[in-house]
Ligand binder design. Structure first.
Ligand code: CAO
Length: 422
């Protein structure tokens, strides 16, 4: 089989630049488009892709060599007679990008696919480190001069960025499949174009990530809360003699936490099925979805197990107000066990809440209503609360979800007086 020369393509400003890394070895099979060497100029670095698929027979360069366009990099025994024609495939390098942001974007259109390579500054050791951890170094913002990426940057990216990275990937996926509307809305009447509120924009990738990565199932149930409501409505402030203003949500939080204690898999998180690990939380911090003029926020009410209903109710009001006044600290949005999304004060019966990733379940609560129920052989008027539990079917089975809902029902019903009294 004939040997094919793989040469340095025309990549703009990279004349007589140093090879800082050889990314392949002799006898290695590579695909067209795989990175083979890294070049670094004063201000930027770029990975050079192979123009052919095949087996590497000889590498003609070494780290430290200076190369320019047309210099031989390696010889390959081609498997297929397909090549990446750098001229025809439109490789655009923006010099402006190099000088102003120390970044290069090479756009290479291959078989209708677009590959975006953003080059960043990093030492070979750091590049190797990122590669070994399966991380695309080009997605990392470096903290050193000229945005150079350090080993610590790679570690922080992996630690903090896993969810975000996944969100971005998933958002890109959905954007790829976006259907282009082939008409103008204004063709059909008057319109108004406004900015999407910032909080909705921030939340969007998380919602898309959750729905794309978690196989959601929603279990609906109806809970008889007649006795709980009688009890709630009977609560009086001992000092003033006034009726206490406590909404059903404080009771539901307590009932949920009692159920979480019995069903620890609902108080867990999985970040990556591939690593086969699940984190069980021993704390009980409940996220509450709060409707604000700026969009939905989900602060956590910490240690619900250790607080009484009156305390929880007051904290809930305070935290919701902080969200609405945009005075809530960002850290209050992290570290939850499970979330409750209550539309009870608004209306509707049943909905399909989206799990607040990386949690594994969310409890949707709708508005309770008085209903005629057959109890024994008699119809009685009872107060019925509709609930909707969305759960991650990778970890939780339908039967477990049904048992979990039964437990919540019992905690709001027959167990209520013993476990949840103030
Ligand atoms: N059934 C019947 N009535 C209910 C109820 C329920 N499940 N839940 C609350 N209520 C009643 C309350 O008792 C209160 O009645 P009064 O005015 O007579 O006292 C009234 O509805 C309003 O309650 P609230 O909504 O102000 O208070 P809350 O503790 O129930 O909820 C909060 C607090 C912050 C969760 C809520 O204000 C909120 O923002 N809800 C929206 C959450 C949301 O948007 N979820 C959707 C997320 S998915 O997009």
């Amino acid at each position: 089989m004939a040997l094919i020369d793989i040469k340095v393509p025309n990549i703009g400003d990279f004349e007589n630049v140093e090879i800082i890394e050889i990314l392949v070895e002799e006898d290695q099979d590579i695909n067209k488009g795989d990175s083979i060497i890294t070049l670094e100029s004063d201000k930027s670095s770029v990975e050079v892709p192979s123009s052919h698929t095949g087996k590497i027979k000889k590498i003609n360069v070494k780290v430290g060599d200076k190369v320019s366009e047309g210099d031989l990099i390696l010889k390959i025994e081609s498997i297929k007679a397909e090549s990446l024609n750098y001229e025809d495939e439109k490789i655009n390098i923006s010099k402006e990008a190099i000088t102003s942001t120390e970044k290069i974007e090479i756009t290479s259109k291959v078989k209708h696919q677009t590959t975006n390579l953003k080059s960043v500054l990093a030492s070979p050791k750091v590049r190797k480190f990122a590669r070994e951890l399966g991380t695309d170094i080009n997605k990392i913002s470096g903290t050193e001069k000229f945005g150079r990426v350090t080993e610590d940057d790679v570690k922080s990216f992996i630690k903090l960025g896993l969810n975000q990275q996944q969100s971005i990937i998933n958002t890109e996926k959905t954007q790829d499949t976006k259907i282009k509307i082939e008409y103008e809305y204004s063709d059909f009447g008057e319109i108004d174009i406004k900015d999407i509120p910032r909080i909705k924009k921030l939340a969007a990738p998380h919602l898309v990530n959750s729905i794309n990565t978690i196989p959601h199932v929603t279990h609906h149930d109806e809970i008889d809360i007649t006795e709980m409501e009688e009890f709630r409505n009977s609560l009086i402030d001992h000092y003033t003699g006034d009726k206490l203003k406590i909404t059903p949500l404080a009771f539901i939080m307590k009932a949920l936490v009692a159920a979480l204690k019995k069903f620890p898999s609902f108080n867990s998180s999985i970040e990556d099925m591939k690593d086969g690990k699940i984190t069980y939380k021993k704390y009980f911090h409940i996220g509450i979805a709060v409707d604000t003029p700026n969009g939905l926020m989900v602060p956590k009410i910490r240690e619900v197990d250790k607080k009484n209903i009156q305390h929880l109710s007051a904290e809930l009001r305070e935290v919701a107000q902080k969200c609405r006044d945009l005075k809530i600290d960002k850290k209050e949005f992290y570290g939850g066990s499970m979330t409750i999304s209550s539309l009870g004060g608004i209306g509707g019966s049943f909905f399909t809440p989206i799990i607040n990733y990386p949690e594994v379940a969310i409890l949707g609560v709708s508005k309770s209503n008085k209903k005629q129920i057959l109890l024994g052989d008699q119809f009685k008027i009872r107060t019925i609360l509709p609930i909707s539990l969305s759960y991650d079917h990778r970890i939780i089975d339908g039967a477990e979800a049904a048992r979990f809902c039964n437990e919540i029902r019992d905690n709001l019903g027959k167990n209520f007086a013993f476990k949840l009294a103030i």
